[in-house]
Design a protein around this ligand. Sequence first.
Ligand SMILES: Nc1ncnc2c1ncn2[C@@H]1O[C@H](COP(=O)(O)OP(=O)(O)OP(=O)(O)O)[C@@H](O)[C@H]1O
Ligand SMILES: [Mg+2]
Length: 436
Amino acid sequence: MDEIVVPPIRIEVACTRGFNKTEQSCLVYQHVHDVVEERETIRMGTTFTIPVPYVLQVEVCTNIDQYMARSALQFYFYVLLETPAVAETVKNGTEELEISQHMLLPSRELHGLWESLIYEEGIKDSMLAFAESSMLFARKGVDKNLITCNRLALFHGPPGTGKTSLCKAIAQKLTIRLTEQYRHAHLMEINSHSLFSRWFSESGKLVQKLFSEILALLEDEHSLVCVLVDEVESIAYARDKISSNEPSDSIRVVNAVLTQLDRLRQFPNVFILATSNLTGTIDTAFLDRADFVQYIGHPTERAVYEIYRSALVNLQSIGIVEKEGKYNRRLSGSMLDGIPCYEEANEPGRASCTVLDILLQVVKLSAGQSGRTLRKIPFLAHALYVKKETDSLLNFLTAMRQAIRKVRNDKRLLENHSTEDDPSEEDVPLYSIKSH
Ligand SMILES: Nc1ncnc2c1ncn2[C@@H]1O[C@H](COP(=O)(O)OP(=O)(O)OP(=O)(O)O)[C@@H](O)[C@H]1O
Ligand SMILES: [Mg+2]
């Protein structure tokens, strides 16, 4: 009979300096097994702490159900680095321009970013799986004539939807998953905009300088190098300028960047991530090279709810919002106590609960807003409407409702569409925007 292949349950263990894997891993295994065996189901992304010195957090990175063998745990231990990012700047007269940022991974600064980004289920994980497969293919040396894998991912979509954050989070996650393969990991963030927007006569030199530094990092085969090309549409912008008789320097810069990116891709230890705001005008030469193109849209209703829930849980944990504790919860699948998850809040038979009803109202009013806007709402609510250090959840949610109404109204005024006040909840449009 064929042997049944048990899928591994991935467990990531974030540590601080001082953690000794040889001596302490057994203790970690014991504690994690205890926690994992206790529960029938555990949602992917669940985090918890264990009483082992230098262990900061344990994260379950696989959806676990009651039928899964708990023996198949696969551990990834990683030590978070405290080193701050170093900005690379160039001077032109008195002006100083930042062209890149260099960061060592896994970084303390990026810790928690992956979990904080909320998209439709499966999106983040398919991106990470793409990154992992890409690196595996490169490491194993697949025949490039037979299989194309450029190790280049492009994320595009409206402003404030978390594209840049997501790229950084993927770089951090990839580093964690590949800790056994590489001794060091770097994130080089290129600000394309500053490369292309000014001083065209200098741009060629800037590009050379920047890429020679990245190439130097790549020479070390024990280093993983993630390159983030932010706002890549600047490249397309530069090409547009060519047609309108702008300096011919721009064409040279565009070509230099594309050639340099091709050079980078010759190294098996590079992974390139790019972001763009402008879906329609991404340079085709660049687009051709990307083997993973993902649209990132505004959060769906479930994502909005979870973004607000995570913010409120945080405010409750630090005492700015009081804990409530009467949500009539029937399930206890989630490890987060307090405000229930979206599915529970929307259960047809749920007992009436004013707090949850207002939260769901705020969520409805937030349709079509970017993640960036949503993350500001709790702060605006506190600053503009709460006006005291601590308040009840009910009052805080009422303040959030006022805040989102204000934001919507301000946006409408900005767009000059209307000067009227915000419509009532009945007029709130149903959700139609989804992350694809
Ligand atoms: N889906 C989301 N879930 C949680 N947080 C989000 C989401 N989308 C955006 N954010 C938050 O919004 C902020 C802005 O994100 P970021 O700068 O990465 O967006 P962006 O898409 O790169 O924007 P831009 O196109 O303007 O460069 C971050 O603090 C991020 O955490
Ligand atoms: Mg961005």
